[in-house]
Every structure is written in structure tokens, then in C-alpha cells.
Design a protein around this ligand. Structure first.
Ligand code: L34
Length: 284
């Protein structure tokens, strides 16, 4: 029987701390502000953006939503980002991904001022993370680390396996685990003997984007299993990349979906926005 690490609970504790610090900033006349850009009408993105706005309200931040039509041009989007880069009341800018296919995601990420890049997707922030010199950590990997910390799980010298190599999750996830002295393996669609590698993992992070991809035969007895996926199963029900039912009895710790990594991603976004507000107001 695994202990379930609740992202709902851990994220609530993080947000509580942020709320306190936000109150302190407000006493100094500073109100942290986050701008969220959403382009088109992807229903999943809509849910995530709504959750981000709710979290802002919960911790006391000002949030501005910019909902743009699916036919928005690259020039229009870059124009908005330029405006937000210069807007004093806005400390953090986030452009929800994925963007409609005609838009250039890389150019959009590049256009956001690194000082307001609370996703930590800008190349200069990504580079900073590589060398351990950064202001912001990418929200989803940082959220996973926070879940490990909440249970005092020490990964020093441990065999950590990340399935997935995206710029948003897999690659930075591996880097954060490396920073905490783990031995890290990144697996992907071309990996040979995926099952063999996964079943040696002390800590297994699933970020593949395929429903119930990780099954019990891929998991070592007593492993810590962290599920980054958000998918719909054959019945349209929310599920992760891990087959929770079969894996849970084998794991020592496991994260659920929903109520796992998702809420942590949002809590880490709040943390980055608070930090951005402090830096931009020369506090600390
Ligand atoms: N720019 N794009 C940018 N930044 C991000 O950090 C994201 N991500 C990913 C997609 N695109 C992005 C998110 O915000 C994934 N993601 C995200 C955020 C929140 C939740 C899930 C993914 C979330 O709230 N999940 C809930 C359930 C949501 C539901 O009901 O569908 C959960 O409990 O897991």
C-alpha cells in the first residue's frame, strides 16, 4: 500500500505561505500581478487557466486574462507581450501552451521578458537553471520536487527515471533531480528496454502524455511514483500516465490524478509570481 501524496493538500500549504507574504507586500503598497494569455478555445487550457486565476484570487494577486481568438496573428500576440513587458503592474506573464498551429511558440516564449517569465521557459532562464543560477524554476518539475520535499524523500544517490523529454517537463525535471544529487535517466519513445530501466527506478516520474502508460510490471517494489500526465481514459474520465490501480499497491508513495501534480504546478506559478514581484520592486 502506497502513501498517496496529495497535491491538493501540499499546494494548499504552499499557497498559505504565499498568501502571508503577499499580505506583507501589500502592506508596502505592492500588489503582485500576473497576466495570463490564452489563444483559441482548447477546453483543457480553459480549465487550467481558470484554475490559475482562482489561485491568484486565493493568494491575493491581481490577475489579468487576455483571451485571444484562434485566428490571432503572430504580430498581434507579440504586440500584446511587448505591452505586458512594459506594464508596471504586471510582474509575471504566461502564455498558455499549446498555441494554435499557425503561431510560433518559440518566438512567443522568446518575446516574454526573462524577468517576467514565471513559466521559466525563456532560453536565458532555461540556461540559468542548467548552471544552478536562477530566479524561477519551471512550475511542473518544481511542483514534483515540492511533493518529494513534503514527505522528506531524499533522492541523493537514488536511481531516478523520467519518462518523457519535453522542454516543459522531462528535461527540466531531470535537471532538478540532478541538482539534488540523484542519478538520473531520461527515457523516451526511442528508448530500448523501457520496462527494464523503469523497473530499476527508486523514483519514477511519468511525463509521457499517454493514459495509464506505466503499469505495475514497470515499477519496482517500494518505488516512489510521480504522475505528471493528465489524460482522459476510454470512459472520458481524467487519468494520469500511471495505471494507478495496479501500480499503487507496489509503490511506497504515489501521486494521484486529478489532485496531484496539476495543483502543484499552479502553486509553483504563484511562488514564481511572488518572487517576480519582489525582484521587480527591489525587495531582498
Ligand atoms: N505556458 N502552458 C504554460 N505553462 C504551464 O504551466 C502549462 N501547463 C501545462 C499545459 N500548458 C501550459 C499547465 O498549466 C499543464 N498545466 C496544468 C495546470 C493545471 C492543471 C493541469 C495542468 C490542473 O489544474 N489540473 C487539475 C485538474 C484539471 C481538470 O479538471 O481537468 C488536477 O487536479 O490535476
Amino acid at each position: 500500500m502506497a502513501k498517496i501524496i496529495s497535491g491538493k493538500e501540499v499546494s494548499a500549504a504552499v499557497r498559505e505561505q504565499i498568501r502571508k507574504e503577499c499580505d506583507e507586500l501589500k502592506a508596502k503598497g505592492i500588489a503582485p500581478g500576473l497576466a495570463v494569455i490564452i489563444v483559441g478555445d482548447d477546453p483543457a487550457s480553459r480549465v487550467y487557466v481558470n484554475n490559475k486565476k482562482k489561485a491568484c484570487a486565493d493568494v491575493g494577486f491581481v490577475s489579468e486574462e487576455y483571451a485571444l481568438g484562434a485566428d490571432t496573428t503572430q504580430e498581434e500576440l507579440l504586440g500584446l507581450i511587448r505591452e505586458l513587458n512594459n506594464k508596471k503592474e504586471i510582474n509575471g506573464i504566461l502564455c498558455q501552451l499549446p498555441l494554435p498551429a499557425h503561431l510560433d511558440e518559440k518566438a512567443v516564449i522568446n518575446a516574454i521578458s526573462p524577468l517576467k517569465d514565471v513559466d521559466a521557459f525563456h532560453p536565458s532562464n532555461v540556461g540559468g537553471i542548467m548552471i544552478g543560477d536562477y530566479n524561477f524554476l519551471p512550475c511542473t518539475p518544481a511542483g514534483v520536487m515540492e511533493m518529494l520535499h513534503s514527505e522528506n524523500i531524499d533522492i541523493t544517490g537514488k536511481n531516478c527515471v523520467v519518462i518523457g523529454r519535453s522542454n516543459i517537463v522531462g528535461k527540466p525535471m531531470a535537471m532538478l533531480m540532478l541538482h539534488e544529487n540523484a542519478t538520473v535517466t531520461i527515457c523516451h519513445s526511442r528508448t530500448q528496454d523501457l520496462k527494464g530501466i523503469c523497473s530499476k527506478a527508486d523514483v519514477l516520474v511519468a511525463a509521457v502524455g499517454r493514459p495509464k502508460f506505466v503499469t505495475a510490471d514497470m515499477v519496482k517494489e517500494g518505488a516512489v511514483v510521480l504522475d505528471v500526465g493528465i489524460n482522459r481514459d476510454e470512459n472520458g474520465k481524467l487519468c494520469g500516465d500511471v495505471d494507478f490501480e495496479s501500480v499503487e499497491p507496489k509503490a511506497s508513495y504515489i501521486t494521484p490524478v486529478p489532485g496531484g501534480v496539476g495543483p502543484m504546478t499552479i502553486a509553483m506559478l504563484m511562488k514564481n509570481t511572488l518572487k517576480a514581484a519582489k525582484i521587480q520592486n527591489d525587495i531582498r
